[in-house]
Design a protein around this ligand. Structure first.
Ligand SMILES: C[S@@+](CC[C@H](N)C(=O)[O-])C[C@H]1O[C@@H](n2cnc3c(N)ncnc32)[C@H](O)[C@@H]1O
Length: 456
């Protein structure tokens, strides 16, 4: 049945989808219960129309149901839908019930922590009729009582479902963890060292009320070592952390979008990937841009050793254009002849480097690049892949802003560091050298590329 629904906040245009639904374009900044509810209906209807037009199933909670495709059109509708739903839920619950749920949320995280630590996601089989509670407990090596407590709380999140009395099977969400090692690693690390560290945040701020850095981070307070030291000392956790980063990247800021966000095709020569880790991003870019060479630098030999292994498996036409170099980014760059061995330096690329460091350290990283920028051709850019936090009134949806602010807080908890607004980015570069200017911001807030040049 076609549905035409108006919410009083529409501009009168339809979105043109006639596949069973004809709905008004919706976008509500209203906080009226009914307006929000209509917004939900409109956005849900539009999503279903789009999916039907592409012969794609609508999402449900069954284990084979997957995330909505990330096309720009669907992403926009999904984001509006979630924004209205979030507000609708808060209004329906009211402030005290909303906060009650929040106050109790550490218990939900505790249940997740046990499920990750004791392997619940892989113990529960993919079969329709699932597994008996006693068997989950036996395989996990823990008592039945606490296994039941944990599973039943998780079921309320639609993570596992109780198919019959004391038998548990997967849902879409639990299956996502079961099937994807990297995503499960992200959950495991989030509930283990990061959850532990987060619980020491106010203790850390009290002990160090005016200073936040690697040494004055909740992670260090709780785990007894800075994040970098901890992973050096704990190879098993370090391996999980590396997988977790890949798991998070599969949802958030997919590296594949980087190729479209910056005009790499206009560069010539060698891109120096500063703090480039194993070089996985340089390799992806080298596939896409066959005219570019890459010099991947990292200060951690293990990263480069991983990179050598990856390069051995790479197509020779790609591997032959990538070099690896041990280089501390707090130190000046090697001489230009070394950097430009395969052609002029096209730019210095820093992905997810600065957000790991507080302002002082970040200024030092940027400053260490200045002599190389002076020696390079004019307008040679620093290409910086990071978030740009929104300013007040920029109109970013609250739940999208929350994802960014969660990362900002995570940088504080893990590393005593932060995410930055555009003004903070510019201030950072100016403090490193007053000739450094942000020439352009490519992409959008959650996934931006800042182009910074040295005005000579
Ligand atoms: C968050 S990772 C980002 C890696 C890569 N750019 C990416 O986007 O996947 C930060 C990188 O900085 C490296 N690193 C940490 N301290 C460093 C230093 N002093 N000099 C150079 N690299 C460093 C780490 O080993 C790690 O590979």
């Amino acid at each position: 049945m076609p549905a035409t629904l108006t919410n009083g906040h529409t501009n009168g245009h339809t979105n043109g989808h006639t596949n069973g639904y004809k709905v008004e374009k919706s976008s509500s900044s209203s906080t009226d219960l009914l307006t929000l509810a209509l917004d939900v209906v409109n956005n849900a209807a539009n999503i279903k129309s789009l999916l039907a037009a592409q012969n794609l199933p609508a999402p449900d909670f069954s284990p084979d149901s997957v995330d909505l495709p990330d096309t720009p059109e669907l992403a926009k509708l999904r984001n509006q839908l979630v924004a209205s739903l979030d507000d609708l839920r808060q209004l329906a619950l009211g402030p005290r019930r909303t906060l009650r749920s929040l106050i109790c949320f550490s218990n939900d995280l505790a249940a997740f922590q046990v499920a990750f630590e004791f392997g619940f996601f892989t113990i529960v089989p993919e079969s329709e009729d699932g597994i008996a509670l006693a068997d989950v407990a036996k395989q996990a090596g823990i008592d039945i009582g606490r296994t039941r407590q944990v599973l039943r709380l998780l079921c309320t999140h639609r993570v596992f479902r109780e198919v019959s009395e004391e038998r548990f099977a997967h849902t879409a969400a639990s299956a996502a963890f079961a099937r994807d090692d990297n995503f499960r690693a992200a959950g495991g690390y989030g509930m283990d060292e990061m959850f532990k560290a987060a619980s020491s945040t106010s203790d850390t701020v009290r002990a160090s009320p005016m200073k936040s850095d690697l040494e004055h981070s909740p992670f260090r307070t709780r785990l007894g070592a800075s994040m970098f030291e901890y992973y050096e000392q704990h190879p098993k956790q370090a391996n999980r952390f590396a997988k977790a980063m890949a798991g998070v990247a599969s949802v958030d800021r997919k590296p594949s979008t980087l190729g479209d966000m910056f005009p790499w095709d206009t560069l010539k020569g060698t891109v120096v990937d500063v703090g480039g880790g194993s070089g996985h991003i340089a390799m992806a870019l080298a596939h896409r841009f066959p005219h570019l060479n890459f010099l991947v630098q990292d200060g951690v030999q293990d990263m480069l050793t991983q990179g050598e292994r990856l390069l051995e498996k790479e197509d020779p036409s790609v591997a032959s254009r990538i070099d690896l170099l041990l280089q501390d980014f707090f130190e000046p760059q090697p001489p230009m002849e070394r950097l430009a061995a395969r052609g002029p330096v096209a730019g210095f690329f820093l992905r997810h480097v600065f957000h790991n460091w507080n302002d002082n350290d970040s200024i030092n990283i940027a400053r260490a690049l200045v002599p190389a920028l002076e020696a390079a051709d004019p307008e040679t850019p620093l290409i910086i892949s990071e978030r740009v936090l929104p300013r007040l009134g920029e109109g970013v949806l609250l739940h999208e802003e929350r994802s960014m602010r969660q990362m900002d807080m995570m940088m504080m908890v893990g590393l005593g560091a932060k995410e930055r607004t555009l003004a903070e980015w510019q201030a950072l570069f100016s403090a490193a050298d007053e000739r450094l200017v942000v020439k352009k911001v490519h992409g959008e807030a959650a996934s931006a590329v800042l182009e910074v040049v040295l005005r000579k």
